[in-house]
Design a protein around this ligand. Sequence first.
Ligand SMILES: *[C@@H]1O[C@H](CO)[C@@H](O)[C@H](O)[C@H]1NC(C)=O
Ligand SMILES: *[C@@H]1O[C@H](CO)[C@@H](O)[C@H](O)[C@H]1NC(C)=O
Length: 790
Amino acid sequence: MDQISNFMARRSTWPAFIARKDEPRLPVSSQPQPMIRFRTLLGHCLYRRVVIWTFVVVVCLYFTLFNPRLNTTSREVLELVNLGNGQFKGKPELEGSADLQVADLQVADLQVASPQVQAVDGKEHVPQSSPEVKPADKNEKDPAGDREKNEDGPSGLNGPHWLKYKHLDGYYNGLRSLVTFTEYKPGYPEISYTSEAESTVAQVHRTETPRPRIYRPQPDYNSEAYRSTYVPVRPCYLDDEKKVPVPDLFAYDGIPQGQPQPAIGSYDLLGIRQDICFDRFSRYGPYGLGYGPDQGGTGVGIDTEREGSDAIWERTGKINFDGTDWASAQERCFLDNENRFFTGNATLDAHLAQMHPKRIDRTAVVIRLFTGFKWTSHTLLNFRALVSELSLQSGGEYDVHFLLHVRDNAAPIWADEVTVQNILDENVPWEFHGLCTLWSEAQMKLYYPGDFGHTFENPANSDIHGVYRSAHMPLQYFARMHPEYAHFWNWEMDMRWVGSYYELFDTLGTWAARQSRLGIWERSAKYYIPAFHGDWSNFTRLVEEETQASGRASVIGPVDFPGKTPLQHGEEGLLPESCNPGYDMSKCGVGEDADLISLNPLFDADQSGWVFSGDVTGYDTQFDKPPRRSAIVTASRLSRRLLSVMHEETWRNHHSTFTEMFPPTIAFHHGLKAVYAPHPVYVERAWPVENIDKAFNGGRDHTTGGHGSPFDPTNEHNFKGTTWYYNSEFAGRLWRRWLGYAQSDGRANEGMLSGGRLEEEDRSGSGRLCLRNMLVHPIKWENPVEEDKY
Ligand SMILES: *[C@@H]1O[C@H](CO)[C@@H](O)[C@H](O)[C@H]1NC(C)=O
Ligand SMILES: *[C@@H]1O[C@H](CO)[C@@H](O)[C@H](O)[C@H]1NC(C)=O
C-alpha cells in the first residue's frame, strides 16, 4: 500500500461528509461551519489549558532569562506573569467549546523535547503560541532509534523513553485473520520487545469475511433461573405502537490472530468477555451505521470497506430511526417493567426487600454535555447504542440522561420553557431532547449558597461553583432530583466502548461488590499489570507486602484528621455488619455495592505533583490540608449514599476540592467503599511490562500516588500511547482505524497513513479491524474530515 493510494483512501471519505451537511438530525450549531483557527488555542479541558499555558509561560521565561537579545523592557513585561506559589496567575480566562488537540500535541511533543514533530494524522503542526520555539529537527527519522536505552519510569524532560519500542501491528489484523480464542497467540506481551525483525503480520485464514452473530450480554430474561428469582421482564420497543423491537448488537466469535493483550487491567478478573470481537458494522450497524438517510440511517460507514456487512440487517432489515424519541422509548420501557425495581422510597423498599420475587436497583448513566458541543453522526450512533443497550435491552434497569451545562448564566432555564426549548433546539439533536436536564453555574450558586471559606490553592483561578472545579455539584443536585436511582455513572461525551455498554457497567458493578474492603484503598492506588504482577492473588499479596514495607497503616473505615467535621448523622452506619469486630476481616464489605468505582487508580494526591492536588476549600486552615485521594478522568460510578454525603459536605460544611478529587476524598474521609476497577487498557508499542510498571506505578512506595506519580505533568506523556487517559493519542488513532478511516500510525515518517478503504479491500490483506471490548478516551473526532474543526 503506497502513500498515494492511502491518501486517496482518505480522500474518498469526503463526499459522504459533504452529503452530511444537510443532516437533518443534528442541531443547528453542529452543522458544518466556517473554521475559526484561533480556536486551536482554546479548550474546555482544563488540564490541557493549564499544561499549555504553563508551557507558554515557561518558554517565555526561558527566553527571558537565557536570551541575551531580549532587552530589559521586554523582560519587565514578561515578568508580569507571576508564577508565585505554583499558581497560574498569568493564565488568561478563555472559554471555548472547541478542542485543542492540535495545540496540545505541539506543546506536549516539544515539552518532552521529542524530535517527533509529526502529530496525529500525518500533519505537521507548527506552534502558534510561541513563535520563538523551533520545531525539532525533521531530519531525524526515528526518534527512538538513536537514543540510548535508558531506564523507564518517570523520565521528566529527558524525552519520552517509550518512543524506542516498536509499534504493535497486531491491532490492525482484520476479520479474515480471525481465530478462535484457543488458537489465539497474542502479539504482546509474550514477544521479544526490541527486535524490529519480528513482526506479527497475521496469516489470512479465510477468503470470506466471517459472519457475526447476535450478542446479548444481559441476563437471559426468559430462562427458568431468572424467572424463578426475579420479576419477569417485558420487552421494550423503539416506537409507541410497539412494532419496532430494540435492535441487537452483533459480535464475531474469535479474535484476529496476533492482536495484543491489554497491558493494564484484565478481562478475566472483571468478567468481561475476551474471546469475541466487534467490527464497526456489528457494533453500530444496528443503530444506523452503513446505510444512508434515505433508509433512515446516518450515512456513516457507507464510504468505508463493507464486505459481508449485510449480515447485520438480514433479520430485522435496516431500522429507520426517523422520528425516534429515545426519552419516550426509555420511559415506556421503565413503565412496562416498573414492578421489577426498588423505588427510592426507603419505607416502601424495606417492605419490598422482604418479598419474592426479588427486586433490583436502578442506575442512571449521566452524561456531561455542554452548550456548543459539536454533534456529529458518529456521536448519534454512540448515544443510540448507550440507550438501547443499557435501558431498552435491559427492561429499564438503567436510564440514560444528559446533564446539559448551559454556559450562559443569564439564561432563565428554571423559569421559562421557551428558553429551555430554544437551548435544546440549538444544542441537542431532537431525538435526545427528552433526556436532557439543564443546569448552569448561576443555578449552582443559588443551590449551594454561603461562604466557602479559604482555598489552599486555586491553580485554575476560577470560581468554586464553576464546572472545572466543582463538576460534582450538578451531579449532586441531579441525584437529589432523582431518588429512584441507587447508582449514578458519571460519563463523558468523548468516551467510547467497543462492545455492549451493558456488559461494561454490569460487570464493573458486580466485580466491585465482590471486593473485600480489606486493603481496597491500597490495591486501588496501583495499576494492575497482569503480565508483570501475575494473577489477582499475586497482586493482592504484593500490595500487602508493599504496604507493610511502607510503614503506613492500611486504611479501613473512616479516617481521622485534625479539623475533621463529623457528618450530621454520624458515620457509624457506613460500614456493613461484615466489618464488625469478631468477623473475618477478609470478608469485610464482600457483597456490598461499591460507593465509588473509578476507571483509573485512586491515588494519594499529596505531593503527587498533580496540578490540582492542593485545590482544597473550606477546611480549617490552622491545620494541614486534609488527606486526599483522586482519580483522573471523572468517569466513575457514584452511589446515592456517596452523593448525599458529598451534598452534605457541600451545603453544610462548605467543603470542596477539585472535581476529580472530591468523590474519592469524601469516600476516604467517611469510610465509604471505593474501588478502582482495572479495566483493559492497551498500549500502542511493545513496552516491556516491567517498564510499564516503573512508568505507571512509579510513585511513593510503588503506587500511583505521592512523589513520582504518573499523574505528575512531567510523567503524563506516558499515557499518550495508551487507550484511556485524557491525553491519550493512541485511543483516537485506533478508534478511527477501526471505523474504517486511514490514520497516521503515530510513526515519525511524515504523511504515512495506513488503514482505510483501499487497504481493507485489498484481498492480500486481512480486511477490516475487529477489536475486543475496550474503553477508548478521548475521542475528539471520528471522521478524519472533522479534525479540522478542532
Ligand atoms: C413511601 O412509601 C410509604 C409506604 O408505601 C408511603 O406511605 C409514603 O407516603 C411514601 N413516601 C413518599 C415520600 O412518597
Ligand atoms: C503467583 O503466585 C504463585 C503461587 O504462589 C506463584 O507460583 C507465582 O510464581 C506467582 N507469580 C508471580 C508473577 O509472582
